[in-house]
Design a protein around this ligand. Structure first.
Ligand SMILES: *Cc1c(COP(=O)(O)O)cnc(C)c1O
Length: 361
């Protein structure tokens, strides 16, 4: 069986050892005679899975005790509404930085519930950079300050966090969660759809400081109120059971096989350096992002010729390098090199790009 190198932005690759373990446990999980998919979420054995997943996430990410971890459904996109509904309740104001489509969508949703200010945007250059932020322009009494940390479509990342003082910082980390250590205590809320770097689709993780729970707007649907899930250990209703189980296996992989987030970061940096290093030396391919804001996870690049881009995507696919076509708003190519993409996958890609360049100069 030949597995391909999958450069998809999400859903994306999972570690092979995780898939093998899940396959081995598919029919009979730890002698229960059932698949994890079939178990009651209220059973004792499932309890060990969801509690184990939370404990591992807390350990691997070093999440302080005064933060709740919620395992939710609805994707990151549902949180675009949940965030203002749970937080925009004192001054009714929030600041947003628009660094791409996901931040833009989050802002549009917040604007339905309160005063959502745009403090900066990089729309003028197709989101190819992270705008410089001037704290004197921030709203002093904002209920929160919102960023999208890693911009999946455009391939930018914040290497430095904005200084928001006492205003809670809220960050969408869908495409960079678990890619490197992060100081959770600097944030009010961190959240992520799991399907980029953590698990299959169907799970959204919300990490929220306890004092920010319990102030939701009256109109907030029960299911969008973080308090509902915080008070019930993410078991108010049926959680995404199987996805949480895979997330637990992925966290075990990070902890035991990779050796934690410092190691993960080292490997991710090595992969990204290899690809960016080649892009910077190539006469055919060009990275689209300013070097100082480059993402370690999503690497967009172009040849400058749409037909040649299409040819590259086609030939890459034939060579087992799949899902490398860029987002329709950027064009060209995008290599998503999340945690589960092995170093050899990036090596294969760079080798292939070199060959393609030699033939198409
Ligand atoms: C993929 C993605 C989303 C959307 O996630 P869904 O789970 O599909 O709603 C939001 N933000 C970022 C940064 C993403 O990469």
């Amino acid at each position: 069986m030949a597995r391909v190198y999958n450069f998809s932005a999400g859903p994306s690759m999972l570690p092979e050892s995780v898939l093998k373990k899940a396959a081995a446990e598919m029919l009979d999980y730890e002698g229960s005679g059932q698949s994890v998919m079939e178990m009651s979420h209220r059973s004792k054995i499932y309890g060990t899975i969801i509690e184990g997943a939370e404990a591992l996430l807390r350990e691997v990410m070093n999440i302080p005790d005064n933060y709740k971890v919620l395992f939710l459904q609805g994707g990151a996109s549902t949180q675009f509404a949940a965030i203002p509904m749970n937080l925009m309740t004192k001054s009714g104001k929030a600041d947003y930085v628009i660094t791409g489509q996901w931040a833009k969508k989050a802002h549009a949703e917040a604007a339905r519930y309160g005063q959502a200010n745009v403090v900066a945007s990089s729309a003028d250059k197709t989101f190819t950079y992270i705008p410089k932020l001037d704290p004197s322009t921030f709203t002093k009494d904002a209920d929160y300050f919102y960023i999208c940390m890693n911009n999946t479509i455009y391939g930018t990342v914040y290497h430095e966090l904005p200084d928001t003082g006492d205003v809670p910082l809220v960050a969408d980390i869908s495409s960079c969660i678990l890619s490197r250590p992060i100081d959770v205590s600097k944030f009010g809320v961190l959240y992520a759809g799991a399907q980029k770097n953590m698990a299959p689709a169907g799970l959204t993780v919300v990490i929220v400081r306890e004092d920010l729970i319990g102030n939701a707007m009256d109109i907030t649907p029960t299911m969008l109120n973080w308090k509902t899930h915080a008070d019930n250990g993410s078991m108010f209703n049926t959680p995404p059971c199987y996805t949480i189980y895979i997330a637990k296996l992925v966290l075990e992989w990070i902890k035991n096989e990779v050796g934690g987030l410092d190691k993960m970061y080292e490997i991710n940096k090595k992969k990204a350096d290899l690809l960016y290093g080649f892009l910077d030396s190539s006469e055919l391919f060009k990275g689209t992002v300013v070097p100082e804001d480059r993402s370690l996870m999503n690497v967009p690049f172009v040849t400058g010729d749409a037909d040649l881009d299409a040819k590259f995507v086609k030939e890459a696919t034939e060579n087992g390098l799949v899902n490398i076509k860029g987002h329709r708003t950027v064009g060209g190519m995008r290599a998503s090199i999340y945690n589960a993409m092995p170093y050899e996958g990036v090596e294969k890609l760079v080798e292939f790009m070199k060959k393609f360049e030699a033939k198409n100069k």
